[in-house]
Design a protein around this ligand. Sequence first.
Ligand code: SF4
Length: 428
Amino acid sequence: MFFTEDFLHYVWKFRLFDRENLQTTTGEPIEVFSAGLQNSDAGPDFHNARLRIGDTTWAGNVELHLNSSDWHKHGHASDNAYNSVILHVVYRDDHPIVLSDGRHLPTLELHDRVSSDLYNRYHNLVFGNQQIIPCEGSIRFVDDITLRNWLTRVLVERLEKRSMAVIAALDKNRGDWEETFYQFLAANFGFKTNALPFELMAKSLPQLTLAKHKNNPLQIESLIFGQAGFLEDDLTDEYPKSLKEEYSFLRKKYNLAPIEKHLWKFMRLRPQNFPTIRLAQFAALIERSNHLFSKVLEIKDIAGLRKLFTDLEVNLYWETHYRFDTASKSLSKSLGQSSIDILLLNTFVLFLFSYGKHNQQEYYINRSLKILEQLPAEQNNIVTNFDLLGIKVNTAFDSQALLELKNNYCNYKKCLQCGVGNKILRMT
Ligand code: SF4
């Protein structure tokens, strides 16, 4: 058998070994009441295990190794953190461990106690020759409840990780949710290609400044395009010229400095996605609503959220332009449905979750998950591959969870820490 320490931990954690007549290597009977809590930090592998050795009941730490001689190799003999170990669990006892006070460290050898069936399943799962994910041959047989529970758990893990960035930004913004939301929404308006300049532009132009001009679309547009660096050139069309004029006044008034125009990328983008068009749409959104985050907290259904973005009144100039001073065929520049849904997914869902988590209000966490269940699944290779393996991907809830599962579990073969893997290993 090619045992790994991970598998040994798994076998101990779930007590998947033959527990009949369990004995230490010196013949004392053992009864395991609790395997303890796995410790991922420094120190013994499991804390707070409870067991009986001979006539004595113990509560304490358990250390695991493939070979008992690893105790010395890992320097535990001279490390006080290991003085409290009550049991050494090993795959092979190749070297009895005698402690400094002359006692034998009680040792349990699991070599003959793990079923070959369990081992073979583990081996096939983690070391098999797979194309997509390690459990590709078995995942379709995992029951819906197990799969659903696990996907919910990894989805929450994903949102928790992503919400850390929201809370860090919230701290920088002195607890101002509106400003933080505005900055994230702006970054997401840049989608993948122009997220950074959009974010820099928003950070250089506080939402409160924009709010002072809420009844003057031209001023809002001049502030946004000006801070984005697009009004630094000589411009000839009337619309950009008037933006430039407004901006030169407002720039002085608020002591603003624009970001570098060269940060914006147009290459390989379809004209509808040019940053100039996205900035015009962003300006239209700001003109339509301020205090957007308060609205997001109030709106209860996905239709209401989508409505915030629907039919944004982008300045007419953009109907016939994709850039300043370059005319094009007339075309509406409203945000498309799929772009709206991406914004809901990446900003609204994340903020509802982060707000709920930060304020310990389950209601908002549940609402964020509910919205994910109403948004369509994204289309990408990961989703296509899970679909091929027989996993139904109906909504963004599924696709986001599968993305997290693939990128943070399957890719690292963390099958022993995965609810799906756990089920597969124990299927009868
Ligand atoms: S991590 Fe889970 S879902 Fe991914 S391959 Fe392993 S068992 Fe399957």
